[in-house]
Every structure is written in C-alpha cells, then in structure tokens.
Design a protein around this ligand. Structure first.
Ligand code: HEC
Ligand code: HEC
Length: 413
C-alpha cells in the first residue's frame, strides 16, 4: 500500500511532464474529429514543429547578422569559380531541392538533392549521416569537383574581399590573418599542391576562416523552416483545416506503422533504415560508410574546429540495426515540393512510393544492397486507403515562404 503510493507520487508527475497536461486516469482523452483519444494523443506528439535547438559547435548559430550574411552567401555564385551557388541545387521554389533525380551542376551525382528546410533539427546530415552539423555538411558541396568545384582557398579570399568587414565583426579571425590572406595562392584544397604546400599554421588559419564562413551559412540554414501545415492547424484546434480523407489518412499512417520511423514533429527519427531501394545509379553502402566518414572527418563535432562539445558525439554512435544500405529517415514535411523521392531519387511520385513499399514488403523486390529493415510492416492497402494516406501526406505541406526564402537583396560591398 505505502510502496504503491510512493511509486504513484514519483511516476505521475513524470508522466504529466512527458505528455503535457494529462487527463486523469479514469477519463480517456476526448476524441477529436474522426480520431479516437489515443489517435489524438499521437497527433499531438507530431505537432507543432518548434524552432530547432542550438548546436553548440556553432557559436554563430543564433546570430542574426550571421544569418543575414549567410543568406547572401547561400545565393552567391562567386563562392565557386564555376559560377554555382548552394541555391543552384537548393532552389527555394522547389522546397530547396532541384526537382531532378540526382543533383546535377557539373555532372550527375549519385544521390537526390535533399531539402534544406527544417535541417537544423537533425543530428545527422545527408542521406548517410556522414556529417554531424550543418557547417560540417557544407564542406562537401563547396569542394566537390562535381558540385561547386571550389576550394577553401578560393572561398576564404573571395569572402574576405567581398564581405571581409562583416566577417570581422562576427568572429575573431586568427592572429596574422590580415597579412596572410592577400598573399595566399588563389585556389586549393587538401590534395592540391597549392594547399598541401602551405606551412601547418597557415593551413590551420585557412581552415579556421573557412569553417567560420560555413558556420555563417549554417546560421542562415537554421532559419529555413516550414510554416504551419493543415495538419498542424487541425491539431492546434482549427477543425476545418483537415479534410475527412486526410483525417482517415492519418489513421492509416498510424495503423501501417509509418510513425515507427516518421515520428516527432519533424516526421523523422533521425536514424538509418534500409527501405530496399534499387542499387542505382550505384550500389550505395549508405550508413555503413557514412559512419566511418563522420568519425574520421577533421570537421566533426568533437574536432578542433567546433566551438563547444557537440550534443551527440559521432564516436559514441551505436545502432542495433544493420548499417549497409541504410539511409536517414527524411522528414515528410513539404513532400509536394521535393519530388522525386528516395536517396537515389528513383521514385517519381507518392503513389509510386507506396507501390514500392507494397512490393518490397511483400518480397517482390530483391535487387538492393543489405537487408530490408525488420521494422517495416508488410503493407497491403486498399485503393481508398492509399488515396487517404496520400491526402494526409500532402496535408504536411505548408507555405514556407519568408524573408529568408527570397533571393537576398545585395547591399553595397
Ligand atoms: C550539385 C548540387 C548541390 C549543390 C551545389 C549543393 N548541394 Fe546540398 N545537397 C546536394 C545533394 C545531392 C545532397 C545529398 C547529399 C548526400 O546524401 O550525400 C545535399 C544535401 C545537403 C544538406 C543535407 C540535408 C539533410 O537533410 O541532411 C544540406 C544542409 C545542404 N545540402 C546544404 C548545402 C549548402 C549550404 C550548399 C552550398 C555551400 C549546398 N548544399 C550545395 C546537392 C547540392
Ligand atoms: C523502418 C523505418 C520506416 C518506416 C516504418 C517507414 N519509413 Fe518512410 N522512409 C524511411 C527511410 C529510411 C526513407 C529513405 C529511404 C531511402 O531513401 O533509401 C523513407 C522515405 C520515405 C518517403 C520519401 C521521402 C523523400 O523525401 O524522399 C516517403 C514519402 C515515406 N518514407 C513515407 C512513408 C510512409 C507513408 C510509411 C508508412 C506506410 C513509411 N514511410 C514507413 C523510413 C521508414
């Protein structure tokens, strides 16, 4: 008796904290629209999407002036000697994607361009989680010979020439930098003699300023966020926001187990799963290689370019699930704008995505790397269930336009 009372005292406040104002135990939560009390509780765990947490590895993450400068840099084709910007592939009007199967500036990439909207929420960036912060992620497109074909030496000098005064106000640049940067070689990155030949201290100064520029871009990316979708407005109490078909679609979403992985208001568990997409254009090892890459990168959150200890240490990452052919669960917000789908962009429409699900979970597709995630429920939806599920997925789109999504007005240099 006494022990029971003690447990109740300890447990009840904890539950109330975890679930918000909980109904008393004798009274189930009220039904809402078509949903039962239990479905309503699940819906409330998926909305609203709050602003992303701060990433301690980026001291500029919440700095508004950094975000304004980052906004200009994101659209600035001068960062690349070939004239490509981040926005060449991440176009605001296409949900910050490019609408292509795989990214293509200089030549076709192996992966589909991901949206930048809401990416401040993820611990692991890119399809295989090979980067652990937004600023760390940006190293790759800048220096990849098939994306922007630029280099850290080009970037630091271009930014100093064009935006130097603003960068100096945001961050303390390395000692001796003002004398050093105008004398550096015009271009170069690791692997190029122009960069490899620099003394260690100069390389270090270049890398520090380069990562500062990328942190400025990340401060901008953090502000790219979805608006309130019809689903969010319905959960917030606007009963006219969600048509009956989409309300039913949400019930199927739960019944089919989609929220095993597409959970939290981001609709992603930020984890890696094998969904059995075909091995094209290449057999992609996914998280298996991504985890090794992130652990070895000098720009990881536990590396010396981070401003503070990260919330997650890549070295501590453990997964019970097999990593081969596993990719990060993408958010399901803004799907209307971000087609085609999947890490290789091989799925054109949401209807095709469901076709793939049904086929792969019923054993009709076997041409893929690794093994299908054991958590994937076998799916056999009726035509009506398919339509309603897709109506629900579409209800997760919003008007995400804001001052941050427009091409920036460029002030005097
Ligand atoms: C050539 C096209 C291209 C360019 C240019 C490009 N990206 Fe990307 N971006 C991609 C592709 C493809 C992916 C997926 C990469 C992967 O999984 O390996 C991606 C992924 C990302 C992600 C990860 C999103 C997530 O959910 O994990 C972010 C953030 C991002 N890019 C930001 C940028 C920034 C910032 C720039 C400019 C410095 C940039 N990109 C330039 C094609 C591009
Ligand atoms: C076991 C975890 C898991 C479950 C369960 C799951 N998904 Fe996914 N989903 C993923 C992963 C991982 C991807 C990316 C896979 C890839 O590209 O290889 C994905 C991709 C998607 C995409 C493509 C999004 C894009 O931007 O490319 C859609 C749409 C989607 N899932 C909807 C659903 C629906 C609807 C259900 C329920 C029927 C569901 N998912 C169940 C993990 C899951």
């Amino acid at each position: 008796m006494r022990l029971g009372a003690v447990i109740a005292l300890c447990v009840l406040p904890a539950l109330a904290w975890a679930q918000g104002p909980a109904p008393s135990s004798t009274q189930p939560p009220p039904a809402y629209g078509l949903w039962t009390g239990a479905e309503w509780e699940r819906a409330r765990s998926l909305s609203p999407l709050l602003p992303p947490p701060l990433n301690p590895t980026n001291a500029l993450g919440d700095n508004i002036e950094a975000a304004r400068l980052g906004h200009e840099l994101f659209f600035d084709e001068g960062l690349s000697p070939r004239g490509f910007s981040c926005a060449s592939c991440h176009k605001p009007e296409l949900g910050f994607t490019d609408g292509l199967t795989t990214g293509n500036t200089i030549e076709p990439l192996e992966r589909n361009v991901m949206t930048v909207l809401n990416t401040g929420h993820y611990r692991w960036l890119t399809w295989d989680g090979a980067r652990d912060s937004l600023w760390h992620q940006a190293v790759v497109p800048v220096e990849s010979p098939v994306e922007m074909a630029s280099s850290r030496l080009h970037v630091v000098q271009y930014v100093m020439r064009r935006y130097g005064a603003r960068l100096r106000k945001l961050a303390r640049l390395p000692a001796g930098w003002e004398a050093l940067w105008p004398a550096l070689p015009e271009a170069g990155k690791p692997g190029d003699p122009a960069y490899d030949g620099l003394p260690g201290a100069q390389k270090d100064a270049v890398d520090t300023v380069f990562t500062t520029v990328l942190k400025v871009i990340a401060a901008y990316e953090r502000r790219l966020a979805s608006g309130a979708s019809p689903f969010d407005r319905f959960v917030a109490g606007d009963k006219s926001a969600l048509p009956v078909a989409a309300q039913r679609g949400f019930q199927h979403f739960l019944r089919f187990g989609c929220d095993i992985c597409h959970n939290t208001p981001l609709f992603s568990d930020d984890e890696f799963h094998n969904l059995g997409l075909a091995s094209e254009p290449v057999a992609d090892p996914g998280r298996l290689r991504g985890l090794e890459t992130v652990k070895q990168s000098p720009f990881r959150g536990t590396g010396r370019f981070a401003d503070a200890e990260p919330l997650v240490r890549p070295e501590d990452y453990r997964s019970g699930a097999p990593l081969e052919g596993a990719f990060r669960t993408p958010s399901l917000r803004e799907l209307e704008q971000t087609a085609p789908y999947g890490h290789n962009g091989s799925v054109a429409t949401l209807e095709d995505w469901l076709d793939h699900y049904v086929a792969v979970t019923n054993g009709e597709v076997t041409d893929f790397a690794g093994r299908l995630d054991a958590a994937l429920p076998t799916l056999r939806p009726t035509d009506a269930e398919r339509r309603e599920l897709i109506a629900f997925l579409r209800s997760l789109g919003s008007d995400y336009a804001s001052e941050w999504t427009r091409e920036p007005r460029v002030g005097p240099r």
